[in-house]
Design a protein around this ligand. Sequence first.
Ligand code: NAD
Length: 310
Amino acid sequence: MKIVVMEPIHEEGIKILENYAKVSQINVDTPLKRIIEEIRDADAIISRGFIKISREIIYSAEKLKVIGVHGVGVDHIDLEAAREKGIEILNTPAALTETVAEYTLGLIISLLRKINLADEAVRMGRWNEKYSKLVGEDVEGKVIGIIGLGRIGSAVARMLSCLKTKIIYYDVERKKEIEEEFSLEYVDLDELLRRADIITIHVPLTKETYHLISKSEIEKMKNGVYLINTSRGAVIDEEALIDALRNGKIAGAALDVFETEPIDSENPLLNMENVILTPHIAASSRQALIRMAREVAIKVIEKLEERKFK
Ligand code: NAD
């Protein structure tokens, strides 16, 4: 059997795969032609999301039975082509939920308390900015709106419920049990946009969520709202977000994901002070990377061998 690992994963996952199959690892900068040659005779591929698994790639891999996703999002895969070819897609949601939720909490507090700017001020010898520019905002007393109360959104709600905040949420599905457990209030999207002081997004990228937050949604938000996105960049219309960050409608944004990744060197976000930008690392703790690599390797081998490990 042959398995192609499309982007670096932790060696613990590679070791598991190597017990059962010939493993070939390719780099993120491998040209498409070379990728296609490599996967032509692959039984499985393991993907992390950066290299798009297009129709062309799927159809050129004649023996392909399974695509293992190191992570949760499957928006980088041509799902229709995979369905047509009967290829199973297996991801690793359990491995990263808490990790992404912790990171989101970190971004919320960093954004409101300007921790990134404070760090820079100390390094640059601007200590006295503590009396002016570095004065932040409490999270206490704020209304927090969670869009998407799935695994990660629920973990974020649980963590935030320890702070003295009011939490409202919107999801296409109402989650009554979680709602009761953490004293959340279910509202529609319009109401969430109107009431929240801080909005955090945890929906998958689909046709329905593409530009879910766009100019008209931003107009409905409170003046001076904070926006956090650790889901997918294209859930927000980035141009509309940039306008709102410039005119102060949105006071600040913490973004781990972007419409184009890596972010374009000309992107105006790079020159804005009221944003925190990170390179899609919400799930990248040492522990989660090991869990994801192990879980995806085991799931792929189980599928190829048609048996369950203990
Ligand atoms: P999940 O499937 O458990 O939860 C998603 C929730 O969104 C569900 O409750 C679903 O009902 C809701 N939803 C779907 N479409 C909606 C819509 N149109 N409007 C409102 N709600 C909608 O997924 P999860 O494990 O919580 O992960 C969420 C997303 O986070 C993933 O799809 C992935 O894109 C992203 N993610 C990013 C990172 C990162 O490194 N930044 C890591 C992991 C996951």
